[in-house]
Design a protein around this ligand. Structure first.
Ligand SMILES: Cc1ncc(COP(=O)(O)O)c(C=O)c1O
Length: 456
């Protein structure tokens, strides 16, 4: 049997035998055999041994154009030489001082300089920690218990953010989350400002609104910039704190994040990923009077009980030096624009492939991202229509075709490009014209295979 007559899954298996073997071993160690829910993949994920620039190689020797980008943290691609050199030098000087150090000051100053809302900065070890700290602070500051979240928006995996993202859209707690926590989270649809205003009016005990400013999961369910300005107005009117979760968008949409790009300054901002140059790290930044609740003297002066905040790896020197190097490049070059331009050209090229192949899907997105919409109801669509909110989170975020999407991803991987799970991806300054051609042709190859299998 020639390779072209094998099914997508058979071809994938034959190319990834060593990954399949490791996946079998991993299933005896890790739940589902994986170490992050986004890495769940049937029949098995690839095991990567090396990555440089825009490419990565798996243990079977296959090469891929990568669109996972270290979960979005690698705006400059894998192993950017300046970051590697800075980290290598720091490794010889010490990896963890367990005390203050000059790098954290320089890192914090850069964040303050680049992010408009950052009057004060507190480093954390991850985005989840940043949003968790943010939720505690807004409650302490306002003396109110509730948080308004937008349905489908992701703020990490802690208890206050664990439901209403890919399931439990009714706001009920997912297993393990205390009902008392869920009762204090209220939801609004992320495109309806009137409904959002009504929710704020109905609950006078809302401390804060959290939002992913370009829409949930990196704009998979888009939010319009006008929505952000309106949200700023209605929260300011009511004394409700506005928090932008810029864990992905920070330093990616623009050097100053979505807030600089759209000219809307929130009260607080959560950051992670790019901030630490591809290493672990995050930050809660924002108004001084709010972050003063972590400040010993300011709390004492105001008669407040200081909020405790620890974290063994907060501002560790490796993340700090990688973060400084990354942020200086983002600040001093057109890195964001390069990644954005590539993504726009990629979306266009993939939509041309869809037109050539007469497939009624759409590739949409903004800035340095793309999302592949498989249009399960075969509706009349354009990327612009999706951006204007014609589809809600049920359709866009939890596409009812997991089997098809897995085959699409495998089909693209067989042809040398690896989109991220949802399916879509992030682009970087390292992506080239050659990568673009490989990816467009991988998309075409995957569509042809799906047609051969009767999926299209
Ligand atoms: C918008 C947003 N907030 C929070 C998080 C959680 O960040 P972390 O994975 O660093 O805990 C993520 C992670 O992807 C995210 O995209």
């Amino acid at each position: 049997m020639s390779v072209t007559h094998c099914t997508i899954t058979e071809q994938y298996f034959s190319r990834t035998a060593k990954s399949a073997e490791l996946a079998r071993a991993a299933r005896g160690i890790f739940p589902n055999g994986v170490t992050h829910d986004a890495r769940n993949f049937e029949p098995h994920g690839i095991y990567v041994t090396r990555a440089v620039g825009s490419r990565k190689w798996d243990i079977d020797g296959n090469e891929y154009v990568d669109y996972g980008g270290g979960h979005g943290s690698l705006l400059l691609g894998h192993n950017r030489p300046e970051i590697v050199a800075a980290v290598q030098e720091q490794l010889t000087k010490g990896t963890h001082f367990g005390s203050n150090h000059e790098l954290e000051v320089r890192w914090g100053q850069l964040v303050q300089e680049m992010i408009p809302s950052a009057e004060r900065v507190r480093f954390t070890s991850s985005g989840t920690e940043a949003t968790l700290l943010g939720m505690r602070l807004v409650r302490a500051f306002t003396g109110k218990p509730k948080i308004l979240r937008f349905t489908g928006h992701f703020h990490g995996w802690h208890d206050h953010a664990a439901f209403g993202v890919g399931s439990h859209f009714d706001g009920s707690p997912s297993p393990g989350v205390l009902p008392g926590i869920a009762e204090n989270i209220v939801f609004a649809p992320p495109w309806d400002i009137d409904q959002t205003r009504r929710v704020l009016e109905e609950h006078d005990d809302i401390a804060s609104v959290f939002i992913e400013p370009t829409g949930s999961s990196w704009g998979q369910v888009p939010v319009m910039p006008e929505f952000l300005s309106a949200l700023r107005e209605i929260t300011a009117e009511r004394g409700v704190l506005l928090v932008f979760d810029e864990v992905i968008t920070g330093f990616r949409v623009s050097p100053g994040g979505a807030q600089a790009e759209f000219g809307v300054t929130p009260d607080l901002t959560t950051l992670a990923k790019i901030i630490a140059g591809g290493f672990n790290g995050g930050a809660l930044v924002g108004r001084k009077d709010v972050l003063d609740w972590i400040d010993l003297e300011a709390s004492a002066e105001a008669g407040n009980e200081k909020i405790a905040h620890h974290g063994t790896y907060n501002a560790n020197p490796i993340s700090a030096v990688a973060g400084i190097t990354m942020l200086e490049i983002v600040r001093d070059t057109d890195a964001c624009r390069q990644a954005n331009d590539y993504a726009q050209r990629l979306r266009d090229a993939m939509n041309s492939v869809l037109a050539d192949e007469d497939v009624n899907w759409s590739v949409y997105g903004t800035f340095s991202g793309f999302h592949i919409f498989t249009n399960p109801e075969d509706r009349d669509i354009t990327p612009e229509g999706i951006a204007e909110g014609k589809f809600d989170y049920h359709t866009l975020k939890v596409p009812p075709q997991p089997g098809l999407i897995a085959k699409l991803r495998m089909g693209m991987m067989i042809h040398g490009a690896d989109p991220f799970v949802w399916p879509g991806g992030v682009t970087s300054t390292a992506h080239t014209d050659e990568d673009l051609n490989i990816t467009a042709e991988a998309f075409r190859g995957a569509l042809k295979l799906l047609k051969e299998e009767g999926e299209l």
